[in-house]
Design a protein around this ligand. Sequence first.
Ligand SMILES: Cc1cc2nc3c(=O)[nH]c(=O)nc-3n(C[C@H](O)[C@H](O)[C@H](O)COP(=O)(O)O)c2cc1C
Length: 367
Amino acid sequence: MKHVLKAYNNKNLNLANRVVMAPMTRSRADNPKNKPMEGLHDVYYAQRASAGLIITEGSQVSKEAVGYINTAGIHTQAQIDGWKKVVNKVHAEGGKIFIQLWHVGRISHPDFHNGKLPLAPSALNPNADVYTPEGPKKTVIPKEMTQEDIDNTINDFKQAAKNAIEAGFDGIEIHSSNGYLFHQFFNATSNKRTDKYGGSIENRARFFFEVLDAIKKVIPSSKIGARFNPSLHGLFGMEMDEQTIPTFEYIINKLNDYDLAYIHLSEPFTDVSNVPYAVKHIAKHFRPMYKGTLMINGGFNQEKAHKVIEEGNADLVSFGKLYVSNPDLVERFSADSELAEWDNDTFYTTGKEGYTDYPKLKELQDA
Ligand SMILES: Cc1cc2nc3c(=O)[nH]c(=O)nc-3n(C[C@H](O)[C@H](O)[C@H](O)COP(=O)(O)O)c2cc1C
């Protein structure tokens, strides 16, 4: 049996296999309350419940945390109740599910905030594209967060983690990846602060650890995961410099003291062979530094996933796009059967099309 299909058991995680559904924004919460929708979100995630673990789409922890249309939140009772239905369905199918807690920081637009500026560590425009209710726009110069903004955001994450447990989730993943708020604090190119949140590596990592410590007060660390994309360069306004990798090394080393459910790393999203500061092989580089469960992501198929686990460079592998179009990815892996292609055009549209209508192998055979 391929390693990726084998069960994974330790004191924090008991998973039927090592195939994880990666978090993916699908923009299906097109209702005024931005809550997960019955007959849609619950069906979508339940279809994918044979994954060892599902990580939901990024879910905003507050109104300020939003930067995309129709994304689901986890900060109101209606949203919690919506997620309850999702979790119950996934559990009924024997699955496990974490929710990804999200704050986009400067990858947003005043149109989402009644004209107010999006929040960020520093007033630096990422020059990225945002899709607002009125269509595509360019990002603006964000507001440098005050201590009050930072304290409020820490509280929002803490409350969101509590809400996640109320909704029945098996755990939460902090979205400290992909150029969003935490990543903006980590990188010296997006964080020019002169207070205790900027300057040194320790200072740039401080906000993340303050959030983690706050969350730990309300849920056990064994139910907390954190996601990082250390070699992200040239996307979502992120630029690496010589301090970027040492910053992630500091963070990941420090996380050894936290006994988390897992850390979730991504291989570089773009070709970084000519970027002098970038680490080209993320799993290989960070595995020796981290003693807990390491999940890796980015361009994997079954063969590559088997190999990375066999070589000892990761414990779990998460799959994104393959999970869009193969709800029964685990069954397809075990049968070594053909995989369905995903349709980029329906990643972020509304309704069932390209969302809950990808058939399982069995349904195709029965048809
Ligand atoms: C449609 C889509 C939405 C995504 N949304 C998120 C998200 O909400 N949070 C996140 O951490 N990553 C998000 N990602 C990144 C994926 O989790 C994953 O890192 C990426 O697709 C690479 O993995 P893959 O090669 O297996 O697809 C998204 C990717 C796609 C394709």
